[in-house]
Design a protein around this ligand. Structure first.
Ligand code: NAI
Ligand code: BUO
Length: 256
């Protein structure tokens, strides 16, 4: 049987890379899609030792580039079954400091990517004559406002709204749309945020990380693989009767 194909943005490093590794173990062929093509190629080379992967360059905020990357994936890997809209930016932005330029950039990457990823997935699924699964990266910061992350939190709340709406719009086409909401994950993005928070308070990165992590019920930070395990569920058949949901993977920070 032909392999199922997953297209994952931001998969050169961090959570996206862990998702690519996990879905390779699950038997998917992977398109490692990232702005950073050297990093994406390195991830793809590692995945090709045990599975099948290609690297694709794109800027997720550009609609044409997202469509071209998805088309390249279908042309080279033969199909498309799962799209993970994972890439995002996480700047620390005290509310009174937010500029128009930051607003346009962060919303274009974090929210624009979700619209374009969904549209490109719909086209590819329809062209192939089947449904599929769309999985979007939100955050615990898309469930509760986090201090100094007004710009970022706003985008992650928006992603939950788009996920719910798209789930309703696309169910008739056999497409499910869900989101995942990680907590505090040990990736370059989170290290940058902790560094900035530490610096602003005259403290070190570890202190900055503690400001985000002190309320985790399970008592430890998240590994990227913790998130990838839940995305594996969203990408696989066990979640077929689930759509429009935002899965919290935060070790017990936010309780809804
Ligand atoms: N690290 C954390 O604690 C959490 C992360 N998240 C979300 O998970 C997702 C992944 O986060 P991390 O792995 O931590 O981030 P990261 O910063 O470590 O990695 C992000 C990847 O996305 C790529 N990327 C950034 N902008 C891009 C663009 N315009 N076009 C294409 N690729 C682009 C980068 O090159 C990088 O490879 C993000 O959406 C983030 O908001 C959510 C909750 C917590
Ligand atoms: C970066 C992020 O998503 C946080 C702090 O939840």
């Amino acid at each position: 049987m032909a392999k199922k194909v997953a297209f994952i943005t931001g998969a050169a490093q961090g959570i996206g890379k862990a998702i690519a590794e996990r879905l390779t173990k699950d038997g998917f062929a992977i398109a490692v899609a990232d702005f950073n093509i050297e990093g994406a190629q390195k991830t793809a080379d590692e995945l090709n030792k045990t599975g099948q992967a290609i690297a694709v360059q794109l800027d997720v905020s550009k609609r044409d580039e997202v469509f071209a990357a998805v088309e390249k994936t279908v042309a080279e890997l033969g199909d498309l079954n799962v799209v993970v809209n994972n890439a995002g930016l996480g700047p620390t932005t005290p509310i009174e400091t937010i500029t128009e330029e930051q607003f346009e950039k962060v919303y274009a990457v974090n929210v624009g990517s979700i619209y374009w990823g969904i549209q490109a997935a719909i086209k590819a699924f329809r062209d192939k004559g089947h449904g599929g699964k769309i999985i979007n990266a939100s955050s615990q910061a898309g469930q509760v406002g986090n201090p100094n992350l007004a710009l970022y939190s706003g985008t992650k709340f928006a992603i939950r709204g788009i996920t719910q709406t798209a789930a309703r719009d696309l169910a008739k086409d056999g497409i499910t749309v869900n989101a995942y909401c990680p907590g505090i994950v040990k990736t370059p993005m989170m290290m940058d945020i902790a560094h900035q928070v530490g610096q602003e308070n005259g403290k070190d990165d570890e202190w900055g990380m503690k400001q985000f992590s002190k309320d985790i019920a399970l008592g430890r930070l998240s590994e990227p693989s913790d998130v990838a395990a839940c995305v594996s569920y969203l990408a696989g058949p066990d979640s077929d009767y689930m759509t429009g949901q935002a899965l919290l993977i935060d070790g017990g920070m936010v309780f809804n």
